[in-house]
Design a protein around this ligand. Structure first.
Ligand code: PRP
Length: 209
């Protein structure tokens, strides 16, 4: 394990929000803003290394101890599970999981097992298990809104932020599943070996929110 604190950021919006947070703390974020295609970056003078990865990979790197910390959405945490500490709700990246279906369709009505399309089968299974309702789950990789339109599903469980995608495709929310926001996660061994520095960084990030 490196002596630096290595933090994995989910590429894209959560990355930008975290870089904004680092700037508020007073870190030099020049390299993070002007990164080109580089994937491992330095925060000068802080002994902090930033790794840019896809959400699920942020969790993998933190679980394996390749990174001490990670910034990842609660959506990925709920779907992926795993062994790490979730130490802070960073507040940004707010959206929600929701069950949606075609406008005016009676999702809970009628007989027979319903089909639900989603990128998040574990979250979906857990949601319907909680309702003791048997559903068939179809895994879709993106633009899940297509599934009910193409008549392969009665509903979808997906991320809703502004609701525009649902609206523009003639779908509506039936029920909210769970709120989502960015979380700070920590490798279990790092939490012991680098406790002080990790706690200091986590506190600085939370104060700057
Ligand atoms: C997400 C989600 C919805 C959309 C919701 O998709 O799956 O499609 O954002 O946002 P809205 O409520 O503000 O319209 P994303 O753009 O991440 O890509 P994806 O379709 O590949 O999942």
């Amino acid at each position: 394990m490196s002596d630096k604190i290595r933090i994995a950021l989910t590429k894209g919006r959560l990355e930008k929000d975290t870089v904004g947070l680092f700037e508020k703390i007073g870190f030099d974020v020049t390299e993070l803003r002007d990164k080109g295609r580089r994937l491992i970056l330095e925060v000068p003078g802080q002994d902090i290394e930033v790794v840019l990865a896809k959400a699920a990979d942020v969790i993998t790197y933190v679980e394996l101890g390749a990174c001490d910390l990670g910034v990842v959405g609660k959506d990925t945490i709920l779907e992926h599970g795993g062994r790490y500490f979730e130490v802070a709700d960073l507040g940004f990246g707010r959206c929600r999981f929701a069950l949606a279906s075609k406008k005016g369709s009676d999702f809970y009505g009628g007989v027979g097992v319903k089909t639900v399309a989603t990128k998040y089968p574990n979250v979906t299974r857990h949601f319907f298990e909680g309702k003791r309702m048997d559903v068939d789950i179809v895994k879709i990789e993106g633009s899940v809104e297509l599934a009910p339109l193409l008549r392969i599903a009665d509903g979808i469980v997906d991320i809703v932020e502004t609701g525009t995608t649902l609206k523009e495709n003639g779908l509506e929310v039936i029920e909210d599943v769970v709120p989502i926001s960015a979380r700070l996660i920590v490798n279990t061994v790092s939490m012991k070996l680098k406790k002080e520095r990790i706690e200091t960084l986590a506190e600085m990030m939370q104060k700057a929110l």
